[in-house]
Write a new protein. Structure first.
Lengths: 1000, 195
């Protein structure tokens, strides 16, 4: 055990040793240690290098507010960067490294930046990355060349390029009351509400509940505060209606009292628990929130305040009391308030020598004086630390008289030799969440701090968060917040008795110590290397508003979001402007309170962005070697290629089989909507352009739907299964859109219609069997019905059975061949499909995929979503014969607008490639063949294929003037794919325009 | 009658999975009922529709949002205004309901093939489902026999609490395999049995 480890205090388990490495060197610590406490215990003071100047840095804090000691944790090849060493729990095998240094932390070439400080001042990027405006490199991209080096030299941790291996999960939680923070106020609030039977969630950033009770050294209810807190936390954890989440920080406060929290489930474990996430993203919806997030201590801004060994007084106290580590052996205190005296007393009683207590105030309270006596050391009132000395660790401080009027240190310099300086510039309540959920914070002159704004959502505050300055107040206000949140009233009953020194709760308004010579960097934002002089430079250059100050200097923009720097920065700007801090204003806090891994937000969606939607015959397709393709969320067979076949060879073979014999395609993905009710026929008359009330039962009809603006929404066939019972089919892609459209019409426009819509897409498996032999195949397998032309004419529907599976057969054709769609219960899909395949075997039946389906429909000139792209009218597609003149329908009022009726719109045509080369979807059609500068586009290709029937490459296209151009020659221009060539514009009905084959 | 094929296919792997440190947190299964039927009433015919459902199935469904009934081998749930789902081990229920309800009272749709019922049962059922759905599954907010309509990203789901620690999640058949896979993944932390 090193000299820095105290024998008897803290919550670490000295019976067990943990081994870890930092920058390649092995160290040991104990369960309960953070990386910071374990390294401090081993005498390590240098933790990192600063952002711009590469100044050596130690630990400033003991918590999530740490700006300096940021490290990268390595797990295999994964690098988790910018983790505060003060938050990182050590575990056996932990590998951590320091950041922003080269070649090593102790010897860093980037430190050469330090003397060049004036160059890297506020606005550096704005001033630098715009030239050179004079000289030989003027007008060149020289600065871009330099930028690479500058960005490399400045910075934080480095990310890896490996795929994420850790698991993240999301958790949704609901509660009556969420308590953020488990210090005395939070524990009291939780207890009070939980005893009222409320469902309570308590979150605690640290691994152990208790907040300040863990290190305050006070006594609560006759017990050491830490012991009292542990007991309260245990009691809460035992209650069924309470969930205590440790290692969890609430980082976002959103509308509707929805809060986001991050639980570090596995960060502290050497080996992940099987199935457990590395981190868990909690979305908590709470009726009421109690914010008991405590306060952050502020540093004092003075030259050399960032030297390793200078830390916050509360942090020094915490290292001693909570972790059993002395941050130094000979310590000085520098403060503008009483709280640092408690730290001095604790450090002294833990074995440190208190060399001096330097206080900016002339007069201190009796309580503070008593603590100073207990701590020992000189009490230097009305004085200030004006410089520090040492290299990579502190060796001494310089103390001078403080002029209370000018706020500058002057007069005789006195050097005091110390290895640690514990400073306190007062406390800033951690109002981040309240600021996210409220208005502008309120300045309090007594506390010299911003207090939470009035709530804009149901939350209450308690403890240091709302300005309570002692534990008794925190307990009382916490309890009352819990009672109020539980719907009760504040109680006058006593709370647990607190024994603590009586101290003056208010700090002196001292934020910065200026020296006569102005030497040395006085850091405001330690993480981004923003100095007091940078703030004044921003002022001189006109960046006066806090929002401009922040952006110009980067003050408060680092990963710590200015937890230690915002208020001192504002104070310095206020002084420069000669106005008060509240007049200067403050920026609003935004989520996240502390960094959150993107993986945590993505949760289990990593690599699994959308669910797979499978047809009932999916496994059959896979077994048959189908190459699948996505169609929305659906997986559909593209081709069933034979070994060695190209895509084109496969679909041409499949399409030829259909034209010559028989083929079958899975059409289960079509949208299917049951439209039922006494007014179903009337409803369909209104939504389709053509009439459906005249459709006989047992027949299907092709229908076209328009949007309200007169453009085409979707097409499909609708089957009349009964007088009041229709089965509507939609294109696969438009099923959801059509359902929404129809539901909106029924709910909003025609609530009087008795019509019910139900998605039955998944109820039915569908197989389309096409080709001249399709009827013969059906005849072999279907029982209970004939399928001859008389019983089952074109667009007719019959019911039958396939080996015990009921089927519904409709004779309709997308391919232009004699064809049928066979529907059965989805659970019978494979059974029916296999029965059809078996019955078709003597006819050489083949399954075909989307490519062949597309080829057959292009040859036939049928439109799909490729043409119905939301910009076309029925006339554009030559479907105006479907626009009923006998009735109004959705879109009929708008479809005749001049622009929509224009003959010169782009309209459906067919194209034949005259150079025997494939055409490409999306390629433009132009009137002359100037490849270098193609003239105006007159249209585009919507779908293309090789047509086995025509033995040519063909396409459907939307071309200006449409039919009027039939027989004309034009050119395809596709610069993206470098495809140019002549085409002939023809009718889109390439094949069997009379329809003799499908009607036969 | 031909047996109905399960949509779970390769995703259905009976046995113990995930974390095996303790007893399995949940048991996942597909209930495979004989009938899943949706009933839609017209405005004003709700009571008549409910009476017809009761006469056919014996399920006395309350006319309240999210309310349901769970009995041995059958369950009913109001999942949207004027809409109910009835699930029964018995096959052919849709035809019976259709003739009892009649088009003047409402519409009846057989969804026995179109929906898949995944059962999540066990002490950690609330925990596992809370990973997937923004729904308060605590028994006070979501009592036994109650249900809700919700979605897991693109997957629409109706959920009914069919026991203190048991939920039936009804999803579209085409999504069943994807959803079951996601559910298994979510249950790895607590350990799970596939029955």
């Amino acid at each position: 055990m090193s000299g820095r480890r105290i024998a008897d205090r803290g919550r670490i388990d000295r019976n067990r040793t943990i081994s870890f490495s930092f920058d390649g060197k092995r160290y040991s610590g104990h369960p309960g240690d953070t990386l910071a406490s374990a390294l401090l215990a081993q005498g390590v003071t240098l933790f990192g290098r600063s952002f711009k100047y590469h100044r050596p840095r130690g630990v400033l804090t003991a918590g999530i507010d740490e700006p300096n000691a940021l490290v990268t944790v390595l797990r295999g090849k994964k690098r988790d960067a910018n983790i505060p060493a003060t938050q990182l729990e050590i575990y056996d095998g932990l590998v951590a490294e320091s950041q922003n240094r080269f070649p090593s932390l102790a010897f860093d070439v980037g430190a050469a930046n330090q003397p060049a400080g004036k160059v890297f001042s506020a606005g550096f990027y704005y001033k630098t990355f715009m030239g050179p405006v004079v000289g030989p490199l003027r007008g060149t991209r020289f600065w871009m060349f330099c930028e690479w080096f500058i960005r490399r030299a400045a910075g934080l941790g480095r990310a890896d390029h490996e795929p994420e291996t850790a698991r993240y999960q999301r958790m949704n939680a609901y509660c009556d009351m969420l308590v953020v923070g488990s210090g005395p106020a939070g524990l009291a609030a939780a207890r009070a509400a939980a005893e009222q039977g409320k469902r309570v969630i308590v979150t605690e950033l640290d691994p152990v509940a208790g907040g300040s009770a863990k290190w305050s050294g006070e006594t609560i209810a006759g017990k050491p505060a830490a012991e009292w807190a542990a007991g309260e936390a245990e009691a809460l954890a035992d209650m069924d209606n309470v969930r205590l989440l440790t290692r969890t920080h609430v980082w976002g406060y959103y509308d509707g009292n929805t809060l986001a929290a991050l639980e570090r489930v596995g960060d502290h474990q050497p080996v992940a628990t099987p199935g457990a996430p590395h981190q868990r993203h909690w979305v908590i919806r709470a009726d009421t929130v109690v914010l008991a997030t405590g306060a952050f201590e502020r540093p004092i801004v003075f030259p050399g305040n960032d030297r390793p060994g200078v830390m916050l007084a509360g942090a020094a106290q915490r290292y001693a009391a909570e972790f059993g580590v002395l941050p130094g052996k000979r310590i000085a205190i520098f403060t503008n308030n009483d709280t640092a005296y408690a730290a001095a007393a604790e450090l002294a009683s833990a074995g440190a020598t208190i060399a001096a207590i330097v206080d900016t105030r002339q007069v201190i309270s009796a309580g503070a004086r008593e603590l100073a006596e207990r701590a020992g050391g000189e009490l230097l009132l009305g004085q200030a630390v004006s410089a520090t000395s040492g290299g990579k660790e502190l060796s001494g401080i310089t103390v001078q008289q403080l002029d209370p009027v000018t706020g500058s240190a002057s007069g005789a310099k006195r050097s005091i030799s110390v290895d640690c300086l514990a400073m306190s510039g007062g406390w800033s309540p951690a109002i981040h969440l309240a600021s996210q959920a409220g208005a502008a914070p309120k300045w309090n002159d007594d506390l010299q701090a911003f207090l939470p704004p009035d709530p804009a959502q149901p939350w209450l505050g308690a403890g240091a968060f709302s300005g309570d300055t002692n534990t008794a107040d925190a307990l009382r206000n916490g309890r009352n917040a819990g009672l109020k949140a539980a719907g009760g009233r504040a109680s006058r009953a006593q709370v647990a008795k607190v024994e603590a020194p009586t101290l003056d709760p208010f700090p002196a308004p001292v934020f910065e110590i200026r020296t006569a010579d102005g030497k040395g960097k006085a850091l405001v934002d330690h993480q981004l290397d923003v100095t007091a002089e940078d703030v004044r430079l921003a002022h001189r250059e006109g960046f006066l508003s806090v929002e401009h100050l922040k952006r110009y200097t980067t003050l408060g923009m680092a990963t710590d979001q200015g937890k230690t720097s915002n208020v001192p920065g504002l104070a310095i700007m206020a002084e420069a402007r000669g106005i008060s801090i509240p007049e200067t204003g403050t920026t609003r806090f935004r989520p996240p309170f502390a960094p959150v891994a993107l993986g945590a937000l993505a949760a289990e969606r990593t690599g699994d962005v959308s669910p797979d939607r499978l047809t009932p015959m999916h496994d059959w397709h896979i077994e048959r070697g189908a190459e699948m393709m996505p169609a929305g969320l659906w997986h559909r067979p593209r081709i069933y290629a034979l070994p060695g076949e190209t895509l084109e060879q496969a679909y041409v073979r499949e399409a030829k089989t259909v034209r010559a014999g028989v083929g079958m395609v899975d059409v289960s993905t079509l949208g299917k909507i049951a439209v039922q009710g006494p007014d179903a026929a009337e409803f369909l008359d209104r939504v389709y352009t053509n009439k459906f009330s005249t459709l006989p039962v047992g027949k299907a009809r092709y229908g076209l739907m328009l949007r309200e603006d007169g453009l085409v929404l979707d097409d499909g066939t609708t089957w009349r299964l009964g007088e009041t019972d229709f089965l509507m089919t939609t294109t696969t892609a438009a099923a959801g859109k059509v359902m929404q459209h129809l539901e909106c019409l029924l709910d909003v426009h025609w609530p009087g219609l008795k019509v019910a819509l139900t998605s039955v897409s998944d109820q039915w498996a569908g197989a389309a069997i096409s080709g001249p032999d399709s009827r013969r195949v059906l005849e072999r397998v279907v029982k209970g019905t004939k399928v001859d032309n008389e019983t089952l004419p074109f667009m007719g529907i019959v019911y039958g059975e396939f080996d015990g599976a009921p089927v519904m057969i409709c004779r309709l054709s997308f391919s232009g061949e004699l064809a049928y769609e066979v529907y059965c219960g989805a659970g019978h899909g494979t059974h029916v499909w296999e029965a059809l395949m078996a019955a078709g075997e003597p006819f050489g039946i083949l399954p075909y995929g989307m490519e062949a389906l597309g080829t057959l429909r292009i040859e036939k000139g049928h439109v799909t979503g490729a043409e119905i792209d939301g910009r076309v009218t029925a006339r554009d597609l030559y479907l105006d014969w479907m626009l009923s003149k006998k009735k109004p329908f959705v879109g009929s009022a708008m479809m005749d607008r001049e622009g929509l009726a224009d003959e010169e719109r782009i309209r459906l045509v067919g194209l034949i490639a005259l150079d025997g080369q494939p055409l490409g979807g999306g390629a433009h059609i132009v009137e002359d063949n100037s490849r270098a500068e193609p003239n105006e586009s007159i249209g585009h290709v919507t779908a293309f294929c090789y047509s086995p029937v025509l033995a040519k490459y063909i396409a459907l296209a939307l071309v200006r003037g449409g039919k009027a151009r039939h027989g004309q020659r034009a050119f395809v221009a596709d610069p993206l794919r470098n495809r140019y060539g002549p085409v002939e514009i023809v009718s889109h009905h390439f094949f069997d325009p009379e329809g003799s084959r499908m009607h036969g | 009658m031909v047996e109905r094929e399960s949509p779970l296919g390769t995703a259905y792997k009976p046995g113990r999975h995930g974390n095996v440190a303790d007893a399995a947190g949940v048991t996942l299964s597909e209930t495979r009922p004989g009938s899943i039927v949706e009933i839609v009433a017209w405005p004003g015919t709700e009571k008549a529709a409910l009476a017809a459902i009761k006469s056919v199935t014996g399920l006395a469904l309350p006319d309240k949002p999210r309310a349901g009934v769970v009995k041995s081998g059958k369950a009913g749930l109001g999942f949207a205004p004027r809409r109910w789902l009835v699930i029964d081990d018995k096959e052919g229920l849709a035809a019976e309901l259709k003739s009892a309800i009649g088009i003047e009272t409402g519409a009846v749709n057989d969804l026995s093939h179109g929906r898949t019922v995944i059962r999540v049962a066990g002490p950690r059922a609330e925990w596992v489902l809370s990973k997937l759905f923004a729904v308060d599954f605590s028994v006070d907010a979501f009592p036994v026999s109650n249900g809700c309509s919700t979605s897991h990203h693109e997957i629409f789901a109706q959920i009914q609490r069919t026991g203190r620690n048991q939920f039936d999640v009804i999803v579209f058949r085409s999504f069943a395999r994807a959803f079951f896979t996601t559910l298994c993944h979510a249950a790895e932390e607590t350990g799970y049995d596939v029955a």
